[in-house]
Design a protein around this ligand. Structure first.
Ligand SMILES: Cc1cc2nc3c(=O)[nH]c(=O)nc-3n(C[C@H](O)[C@H](O)[C@H](O)COP(=O)(O)OP(=O)(O)OC[C@H]3O[C@@H](n4cnc5c(N)ncnc54)[C@H](O)[C@@H]3O)c2cc1C
Length: 415
């Protein structure tokens, strides 16, 4: 018998963080659905592998046993104790994270290879919900529903659904066909990443490091620690600049590691453990339609990556949670109209929109290295400002201060 039914109330395309989280919350609400993914898990995804506080809070929403499990998987999840920004002039601003989530002590973030993290999420899906190596080939929106063709075990299968969730990442067919997404170099980042061992740790224990070296602006080189002495190292830059300056990111990363004064000594004993591979980041610096008649877009399919930090996993999972809530209501009311589903887009932007705007402002700040040097220099001298920046990583209203020009004026006049 075919594992593909002829009808399913909700069909989720992709079992990355966005799709898997949508499924986890739908299961929690007792909603019938199917997730398909063209890959066989465990599968890799080119990424920096840093899981922010948002991911940890969502674990808490799903049940605190998730946090217990992650903490016990020491070979796969490394607790992240903070973030270190290195300004173009080499000065380092270290921002430690606080460690209380849902009233319990835990690391505020983790670093975990995606081959492990995505498998962890998939392991928690209700048995029978995920069909692997099953690909969305095409679909049509009709008054009776979304009629899709899936390819599974070499054969094409027809399926009808009331609502389709685009969670297929950067190259989403649903986003292209139903929301008219087109790639724009001004709202897209190109990046490469590789795994290393033997890197000399930075000054701060288990911090993720973002190095805004001049050669990579507007963008940065990252060095993230992983369990078992491994490191995720990469460099990313706005696609517009990559093409205007004809930058070869792989070469840029190799050159920086070999010659940059801040890096070369740390990589003397480093061993490359993987190929240097590239992938794109659809940034949330432009607002796209995320919902319409019979469809929702989550995660990278909805272009929800923070334009400054490159964080996309937390936003993908958060949008998945909001998508599940919208699907529950739409099925309850048997209403799949654009109007009914537009509440999803409103909710996503209410929760993440401000943060994405701030990320966009901060990304633009990296076009002015002197300004970046100045803010970091001030923060190093001024403990109140340092504390404010630390809080900004937990409190979005504080982070909003950085969008206000008065923030910089006050910095100029205060010590
Ligand atoms: C180099 C790089 C570094 C990054 N670093 C970080 C970081 O450190 N921290 C962070 O938070 N974010 C980071 N990001 C962003 C992060 O990787 C993404 O935001 C995140 O993976 C989005 O999750 P998703 O579920 O939307 O999509 P994905 O993780 O891309 O999952 C999509 C899934 O859909 C499946 N699929 C695709 N097409 C089909 C189809 N037609 N039919 C069926 N299945 C399909 C794919 O097989 C895949 O499993 C980085 C991105 C890049 C490129």
């Amino acid at each position: 018998m075919s594992p593909i039914p002829s009808y399913i109330p909700a069909l989720i395309i992709g079992a990355g963080p966005a799709g898997a989280t949508t499924s986890l919350f739908l299961t929690k609400a007792g909603i019938d659905h199917l997730v398909i993914d063209k890959a066989a898990f465990p599968r890799d995804k080119i990424c920096g592998d840093a899981l922010s506080g948002k991911v940890v809070s969502l674990f808490a929403d799903l049940g605190l046993n998730y946090l217990d499990e992650v903490e016990s998987l020491e070979d796969e999840f490394l607790p992240c104790m903070g973030i270190s920004f290195v300004a173009p002039n080499g000065k380092c601003l270290s921002v430690p994270f606080r460690t209380k989530v849902a009233g319990r002590e835990t690391a505020a973030g983790f670093i975990s290879k995606r081959i492990h993290f995505d498998q962890f999420l998939v392991n928690h899906l209700e048995p029978g919900r995920l069909l692997q190596q099953c690909e969305l080939v095409s679909f049509e929106r009709k008054p009776t529903g979304i009629h899709a063709i899936l390819k599974y075990e070499g054969q094409e299968h027809a399926i009808r659904t009331d609502i389709i969730v685009g969670a297929e990442g950067d190259r989403s067919l649903v986003a292209k066909q139903l929301a008219g997404f087109v790639k724009s170099k001004d709202h897209y980042c190109a990046a490469v990443r590789a795994y290393y061992s033997g890197v000399t740790p930075g000054p701060d224990d288990r911090h993720i490091e973002l190095l805004f070296v001049n050669e990579a602006l507007p963008g940065y080189l990252w060095i993230f620690p992983l369990p078992n002495g491994q490191w995720n190292v990469g460099v990313g830059m706005l696609s517009r600049k990559v093409s205007d300056r004809k930058v070869n990111l792989k070469k840029l990363m190799e050159d920086l590691i070999a010659t940059h004064p801040l890096l070369k000594d740390r990589f003397v004993n480093a061993k490359l453990e993987s190929p240097v591979q590239g992938w794109g980041l659809p940034l949330g610096s432009k607002r796209w339609p995320l919902a319409g008649e019979r469809f929702l877009l989550t995660g990278d399919a909805g272009s929800l990556i923070d334009p400054f930090t490159g964080e996309g996993i937390g936003n993908a999972m958060y949008s998945g949670k909001l998508a599940a809530e919208t699907i529950r209501k739409a099925l309850e009311q048997k209403d799949f109209s654009a109007k009914q589903l537009s509440v999803y887009e409103a909710n996503v932007y209410a929760a993440l929109g401000q943060e994405l705007k701030i990320g966009n402002t901060l990304q633009k700040l990296t076009n002015y290295p002197w300004m970046f040097n100045f803010v970091v220099g001030k923060a190093l001298k001024n403990s109140t400002l340092r504390d404010t920046i630390t809080c900004m990583f937990e409190d979005i209203t504080l982070r909003d201060k950085m969008r206000n020009p008065m923030f910089y004026v006050r910095l100029l006049v205060n010590n």
